[in-house]
Design a protein around this ligand. Structure first.
Ligand code: F6P
Length: 308
């Protein structure tokens, strides 16, 4: 998100605009926490994880009173347009401000990659690289000790991170919310893996999957189930959310931030910038928020074939 903030600030300044950063997201907006950003104030942040402006989940902003106060704060500071960087909740907030008549452009940023319309959101690639590196390391122990590892990754209700982490790390199975796999099939896959001469069995479980990672690890560990491998559980948790962003994320965020400013300048509103066909586009927020993102079942099939 820092790379996006840097890009928004510098591109807008280049276009002759004055830029205000808002601290702590919509919560900070309702409190009037504005900060003048110049080119120097965004120096050195492109390689830092998180956001220099901070963020917060705000219940108050979800109320009409909160949204009207936010609008008032923007008008008091004579702000002409707002770039909102964030996931589903932030984009809904952006749409609420648009409905009150304020020009907004959304920039998708969430490790879950659960926002429709864009190939990738900011943060996904970095989180994925972190998860893959962790699974690679886990695999060393798994192979050395003949173990089954259940690795839980984030993603909220989306299986994207889990499936891609499984594919990129060569894990034996992925469990995702979008595709139901019976518990018994996990055992069958595990036994087949062993029969094929594998020295480990790694299952990547999305936090939103029907079968929970801890339950699966307990199930594999039950007497008679883990006759081939010992089972262990690793929950990757918030390590996936931090760290220096990948080059892909820095470039994506830079391009999206720039596109958001350009769209605002051209008079567009209630759009989200997207990466599509290798280029930046703006699509209506309404469309983004009313279209659930689906997981391509062909990728799930491919991951299974490659795990043999
Ligand atoms: O939406 C991003 C995400 O990291 C999800 O993958 C996860 O479920 C959630 O946020 C964690 O939220 P929190 O940091 O509030 O626990």
């Amino acid at each position: 998100m820092n790379a996006a903030i840097r890009s928004v600030a510098r591109v807008a300044i280049d276009l002759g605009m004055e830029v205000l950063g808002i601290r702590r997201g919509f919560l900070g907006l309702t409190e009037g926490q504005f900060e003048l950003l110049d080119s120097r104030s965004v120096s050195g942040i492109i390689r830092q994880g998180g956001t220099m402006l901070g963020t917060a989940r705000s219940r108050f902003f979800r109320t009409e009173e909160g949204q009207r106060l936010a609008l008032q704060r923007l008008r008091d500071r004579q702000v002409d347009g707002l770039v909102v960087i964030g996931g589903d909740g932030s984009l809904h907030g952006a749409q609420a401000l648009h409905r009150l008549g304020f020009p907004v452009i959304g920039v998708p940023a969430t490790i879950d990659n659960d926002i429709s319309g864009t190939l990738m959101a900011i943060g996904v690639d970095t989180a994925l690289n972190t998860a893959v590196e962790a699974i690679d390391r886990i695999k060393d122990t798994a192979s050395a000790h003949n173990r089954a590892f259940v690795v839980e990754v984030m993603g909220r209700n989306s299986g994207y991170l889990a499936l891609m982490a499984a594919m990129a790390s060569g894990a034996e199975l992925a469990l995702v919310p979008e595709i139901d796999v019976p518990l018994e099939r996990v055992l069958t896959e595990m036994r087949n893996s062993y029969a094929r001469g594998k020295t480990h069995f790694i299952v990547v479980v999305a936090e939103g999957a029907r079968i929970k990672a801890k339950d699966l690890a307990d199930y594999i560990s039950q007497d008679g189930h883990s006759d081939r491998y010992e089972a262990r559980l690793t929950v990757l948790g918030h390590v996936q959310r931090g760290g220096s962003p990948s080059a892909f994320d820095r470039i994506l965020a830079t391009r999206m931030g720039a596109a958001a400013v350009e769209r605002l300048k051209q008079g567009f509103s209630a759009e989200m910038v997207v990466l599509r066909d290798g280029d930046m586009w703006g699509i209506p927020l309404e469309e983004v928020l009313s279209t659930p993102r689906t997981l391509d079942p062909r990728l799930y099939g491919l991951s299974n074939i490659l795990a043999t």
